[in-house]
Design a protein around this ligand. Structure first.
Ligand SMILES: C[S@@+](CC[C@H](N)C(=O)[O-])C[C@H]1O[C@@H](n2cnc3c(N)ncnc32)[C@H](O)[C@@H]1O
Length: 217
């Protein structure tokens, strides 16, 4: 599956693929770098790093839903934000750098950001395209921030495990899921959207990518 990528590197259960300029690999989530996470229902789960807004030339559903972008630009300082399946996405990064939030944003994602940081560091030497270098630096910045528990509360667990945590139940003002389990596990029962609803306060908002294509991307 990785034959057409320019560069592939595996560590633990993570595989980093770089589509490069000559590769036939289609950039995923608007980026030429993406990772695959172990085995996932006979396939592998891509870990992408979407920007709040899709890059030029990409359909808008390749970014975050508009409501999430608006919140990230101007968060409510008192709100508790949580993202399920953050990967290397920009939403939580934006909340943190705004320095407006009193409560640390919470990430629910079983990935290991330390391993991810190592892989991104290694690939740096193989990238010669200036635009790709900029992309890689953006991803590096996000991953380095997501490693810092004093800035984000990363729980290395799945959504199913998260709903068992009492401190998470019914306590979120906003839950975002952009191509996380709402996309990958949509047929499971209970559905990810139902599980995510259990994390919300009664007047909380659930934001997911309603425009996402039906086919896996
Ligand atoms: C395709 S990436 C999306 C990343 C980012 N939100 C974006 O928009 O680019 C999917 C992410 O969801 C995570 N994920 C998949 N299933 C999950 C689950 N059941 N609970 C929590 N995270 C999950 C994966 O580890 C991965 O980081």
């Amino acid at each position: 599956m990785f034959n057409s990528a320019n560069y592939v590197r595996t560590q633990g259960d993570l595989t980093l693929a770089y589509a490069g300029s000559g590769g036939r690999f289609r950039p995923l989530g608007g980026k030429h770098f993406f990772l695959f996470f172990g085995e996932y229902r006979g396939d592998s789960m891509p870990i992408t790093g979407r920007d709040l807004q899709a890059p030029l030339g990409y359909p808008s559903y390749e970014g975050y839903p508009l409501r999430a972008s608006v919140i990230a630009q101007n968060p409510d300082p008192n709100a508790q934000y949580l993202e399920v399946g953050t990967g290397m996405g920009e939403f939580i990064y934006h909340l943190v750098v705004s320095q407006k939030c009193i409560h640390r944003p919470i990430i629910i994602d079983p990935i290991d950001y330390n391993l991810l940081a190592l892989l991104l560091e290694e690939i740096n030497h193989f990238v010669d395209n200036d635009n790709h270098k900029i992309e890689l630096e953006q991803l590096n910045k996000r991953v380095r921030l997501y490693q810092q528990q004093n800035l984000v509360d990363h729980r290395k667990i799945t959504l199913l495990q998260a709903v068992e945590h009492q401190d998470l139940q019914g306590s979120m003002d906003v839950v975002v899921d952009n191509y996380g389990p709402s996309y990958w596990d949509k047929w499971s029962n209970p559905s990810p959207l139902e599980l995510e609803g259990r994390l919300l306060k009664p007047d909380g908002q659930l934001i997911f990518n309603e425009g996402a294509p039906k086919e896996k991307i």
